[in-house]
Design a protein around this ligand. Structure first.
Ligand SMILES: [Zn+2]
Length: 209
């Protein structure tokens, strides 16, 4: 279910690391107020663009896999826009607003570290922000794949889907309780935690229970 997404995420992880490494070797003399703002802005602009492209690819292949037919580029773009533009029950925030908050926080932390001439504080801030950005990037990837899959089932006229819990020995109680449960396609419950890779299988309309 998440195979293609994971491949795309692995590539993105390298890019994120490269971006933060590039920032981590910058000197405090370079990182004045104006330049710090420009550097973090440019970096997050690239992140946003890369992620959007990633989500479009992930949605496209998830849809194709579920429906065995392609959705139009406009349809895929609209689907991604809904996920990125809407309140997310797992993350508890809006994608773009949170990205901006992360950037502003990083910006502030860099300037504070610079003020105290503390390279360690600087490196810690970068590491923390990289991890947070990685978590956000991954979680929205999962949401996009889930949404594309559900849309594909809907477009195929499927009315019910079966929740399959990823049984990896650390499945949470909620996911375990939902395992094999059948839900109306319009009432699939939201995932409840980060990193949940439970997935949905289509249920033929005459097999509902
Ligand atoms: Zn789960």
């Amino acid at each position: 279910m998440y195979g293609h997404l994971d491949k795309l995420l692995a590539e993105e992880k390298k890019k994120i690391r490269t971006e933060f490494n590039r920032l981590s070797v910058m000197g405090f003399d370079e990182l004045n107020v104006v330049n710090t703002r420009k550097t973090t802005q440019d970096m997050f602009d690239r992140f946003m663009k890369e992620n959007e492209a990633l989500y479009v690819k992930a949605a496209k292949s998830a849809y194709k896999k579920a429906a065995e037919t392609e959705k139009t580029p406009e349809g895929i773009a609209a689907l991604v826009a809904v996920i990125l533009g809407g309140y997310n029950l797992v993350t508890g925030y809006l994608y773009e607003k949170e990205a901006e908050r992360k950037r502003l926080r990083l910006n502030e932390q860099i300037l504070t570290a610079r003020e105290y001439n503390d390279r360690q504080m600087f490196q810690d801030s970068l590491r923390r922000t990289a991890n947070l950005w990685w978590t956000q990037t991954t979680q929205y990837g999962i949401s996009v794949v889930d949404s594309a899959t559900i849309q594909a089932y809907k477009d195929m006229g499927i009315d019910y889907a079966k929740w399959i819990a990823e049984d990896d020995g650390q499945t949470c109680a909620t996911c375990k309780a939902r395992d094999e449960k059948i839900y109306p396609i319009s009432k699939i419950p939201s995932k409840t935690h980060y990193g949940c890779r439970c997935y949905l299988l289509p249920v033929k309309n005459d097999k509902e229970n």
